[in-house]
Ligand binder design. Structure first.
Ligand code: ADP
Ligand code: MG
Length: 362
């Protein structure tokens, strides 16, 4: 989606990705297929480009630092490194005056033994490389915590107190090299099994005060890292209205995919503009929207083990449905294959169409 946005502005695009079937690699003008730290591949990329960004936060920050010696890289390696490590990420939130869930680092046996039982029940998360709820375990006792940490191969982890969530929101901001900041409205997000399932905009349960507080927090988080590019900050909202930062993504985010069809500039447009130094306009939401993530499970309905195409024709008959499929070659349960944006004149209408889509897709 970033490649499409860059190409719309006439840019020649090059993608470095180890996967020969990489969706972005398939549509870019050129695909450098190699490991993220391959010196020759990075030199090739640098030679072919005028600016570089990352679409995946687990690209080693070192690869970005190597490229930054040769050409502008946004977001920068330092900011990406903070986002890659839940411990540094939480320290950054706290340093910005934004509260996060009570937590403790577990990197060795002594830290495991010293854990405060008040953190239970809690969620044990690997400090790095987690996504879509992977690398996480909910634990109710110190025994279960020890077993879960063993299960996670005793890599550095964070134990986070499991909070009672009223709902979840995220904010996407974009910041350019001059420090100008723009933002999208808050998104309200529903997760299933640790994976984003539904995003609704405007966020039905968000007050103007909460919106302002979350935007201020996200802007401070971005500015104090000297961040350039699109940044998404995920928040929990507790029953008493308290806003708690969960995590951040140094790139366009799944909860911002609705911007492709419901805003006058998308999060991908803003990423292109931020990294190339083009003007950064404040985006305008011109339609209510619901985004439904399309997981590979939809290809295996009614217990079938053979992949079958979901009934897109019937979905696309409904007003305001925009289907986005990523060109991944095979469907697997839990794999994000695409998303469906639903836009309409009112939140009620969008909701009705979204419910109908859910019925059709089972
Ligand atoms: P990932 O990197 O996989 O997105 P997250 O830390 O965002 O991991 O967790 C995924 C989801 O799990 C969250 O969006 C939320 O629904 C739930 N979750 C994570 N941490 C907590 C917590 N401390 N308390 C309650 N729910 C949580
Ligand atoms: Mg998350």
């Amino acid at each position: 989606m970033f490649v499409h946005a860059a190409q719309e502005l006439g840019y020649h695009t090059v993608v470095l990705d180890p996967d020969p079937t990489s969706p972005a690699g398939q549509i870019a003008h050129h695909h450098v297929q190699c490991d993220y730290l391959d010196a020759q591949g990075l030199a090739d990329l640098a030679q072919r480009c005028h600016a570089v960004t990352t679409e995946f936060e687990n690209v080693p920050a070192r690869a970005l630092a190597t490229l930054a010696a040769r050409l502008p890289v946004a977001p920068g390696a330092d900011a990406v490194a903070v986002c890659q490590d839940r411990v540094r990420e939480k320290a950054h939130f706290t340093g910005c005056g934004v509260p996060c869930a009570p937590h403790a680092l577990i990197a060795d046996e002594a830290q495991l033994q010293a854990i405060d039982p008040a953190l239970l029940p809690g969620i044990l998360k690997t400090a790095s490389m987690g996504y879509d709820g992977k690398g996480q375990a909910t634990v109710h006792s110190v025994e279960a915590l020890a077993a879960a940490w063993n299960e996670l191969k005793r890599v550095p982890c964070v134990l986070e107190k499991r909070l009672e969530l009223a709902f979840e929101v995220s904010v996407i901001v974009a910041r350019n090299a001059q420090g100008e900041l723009v933002h999208f409205p808050l998104q309200q997000n529903l997760h299933r099994g640790g994976i984003l399932a539904v995003t609704t905009v405007p966020a039905p349960d968000v007050t103007p005060e909460l919106q302002a507080q979350a935007v201020r927090a996200a802007e401070t988080i971005a500015a104090s890292m000297g961040y350039v590019g699109v940044l998404c900050v995920e928040f929990f909202v507790l029953a008493d209205g308290t806003l708690v930062a969960n995590e951040m993504a140094p790139r366009p985010h799944n909860s911002g995919h609705y911007t492709l069809d419901a805003c006058d500039v998308s999060q991908f447009d803003l990423q292109v503009r931020a990294m190339t130094g083009l003007p950064l306009p404040a985006p305008r939401l011109h339609s209510s929207a619901i985004m439904l993530n399309l997981l590979g499970d939809l290809w295996f309905r009614d217990g079938s083990t053979d992949a079958a195409t979901p009934p897109w024709e019937r979905v696309l008959t409904l007003p305001g449905t925009h289907l986005h499929l990523y060109g991944k070659l095979s469907a697997r349960p839990g794999r994000k294959m695409g998303h469906l944006n639903i836009t309409g004149a009112s939140a009620t209408q969008v909701r009705e169409v979204a419910l109908r889509c859910c019925e059709l897709l089972g």
